[in-house]
Design a protein around this ligand. Structure first.
Ligand code: NAD
Length: 305
């Protein structure tokens, strides 16, 4: 068997086109455009790359973006005051504070200061609680992207056994909640799980989000399973040659041993080109949802979950 490769890039491009069309229609109806504020603190190169690509995607969709960059000497009080200012700004419908934050800032205090109605990352305690109790909420973008791919691939997920490897607040835990909400039987593995392989072997759906390259072996996968690989790991790739300083070039790989899993699974996401592009598309989707709620407009039908 060779698994179908789930093309997250193509699906994300489609979603972004639908979002752009919906935003343009709402603008023509005189509702204005959604606005997303992105707050970056410090000079972490990976965060800078993420923020740049989020801002580019936002602009391409016709969403107004407000980019705010603070030095890593900013105090917690200054940051809190700024978040409150964004909460009160009617042109800002979504607020994203790029993580990680410098050590002297209390991450949870900042996240929980964001208005839950503008919390497009879905990290605010109120949205976490709403998701856990089956109420409508903002859902973190990466698990939302995974769920979109799974529903399109498998249709109704009811009764399926889903194993989520990793249970962070950003990916694994909300993913498990979403699968439970879709009536899956959910197994969760984490770094202290004694036999992760045994949990994965039972799964019709595997979501790998541990951040460990090649953790999920091919012979862990149940034949015919659907495998969603969230992991993004940079590893040495000597086959690509050497950098000028003599170190090997690198490549991105997921948490799944792709070459082995692709011969067993029914469908699988690649890394790169699987979940990653869906994450950004879902950020735009959450921003449109926030806008619609705030201006009292129903979510356009083609974007509804
Ligand atoms: P994290 O470090 O916060 O959490 C990792 C989780 O995996 C923890 O629950 C930990 O207990 C578990 N874990 C670690 N080693 C394990 C092992 N050997 N067996 C089983 N479980 C283990 O990471 P995160 O923020 O949740 O991210 C996970 C991965 O997903 C990373 O590679 C990250 O880069 C990637 N990621 C990708 C996207 C995307 O858009 N594709 C978005 C966010 C994160």
């Amino acid at each position: 068997m060779t698994a179908r490769i789930i093309d997250g890039r193509a699906r994300a491009a489609q979603l972004r086109t639908d979002i752009k069309t919906a935003v343009s229609a709402m603008q023509q109806d005189g509702l204005g455009v959604p606005g997303l504020a992105v707050v970056l603190i410090g000079a972490d190169p990976a965060s800078e790359v993420y923020v740049r690509s989020k801002l580019r995607a936002t602009q391409e969709a016709g969403i107004e973006s407000f980019s705010h960059h603070f030095d890593d000497t900013v105090t917690q009080a200054e940051l809190l005051a700024f978040v409150h200012k964004l909460n009160a700004d009617p042109s800002v419908h979504g607020i994203l504070v790029q993580l990680p934050l410098p050590a002297h800032i209390d991450k949870l205090a900042i996240i929980n200061a964001i208005s839950p109605d503008k919390d497009v990352d879905g990290f605010h305690l109120e949205n976490v609680g709403r998701l856990a109790t089956g109420q409508s909420s903002f859902v973190p973008c990466t698990p939302l992207g995974c769920l979109t791919l799974l529903r399109e691939e498998l249709g109704d997920l009811r009764g399926m056994v889903a194993t989520v490897v990793g249970c962070s607040n950003i990916v694994g835990h909300p993913m498990a909640e979403l699968l439970l909400k879709d009536d899956c039987t959910v197994l969760i593995a984490h770094k202290f799980t004694r036999d992760t392989a045994a949990l994965v072997r039972q799964a019709d759906i595997v979501v790998a989000a541990a951040g460990v390259p090649g953790l999920i072996k091919g012979d862990w996968i149940k034949p015919g399973a659907c495998v969603i690989d969230v992991g993004i790991n940079r590893v040495p790739a000597p086959e690509k040659g050497l950098n000028a300083d003599g170190t090997p070039k690198t490549k991105l790989v997921g948490d799944v041993d792709f070459d082995a899993a692709v011969t067993v699974a029914n469908a699988i996401t690649p890394v790169p080109g699987g979940v990653g592009p869906m994450t950004i598309a879902c950020l735009l989707l959450n921003t449109v949802t926030a806008f619609c709620t705030q201006v009292g407009r129903e979510q356009p039908a083609n974007l509804a979950a």
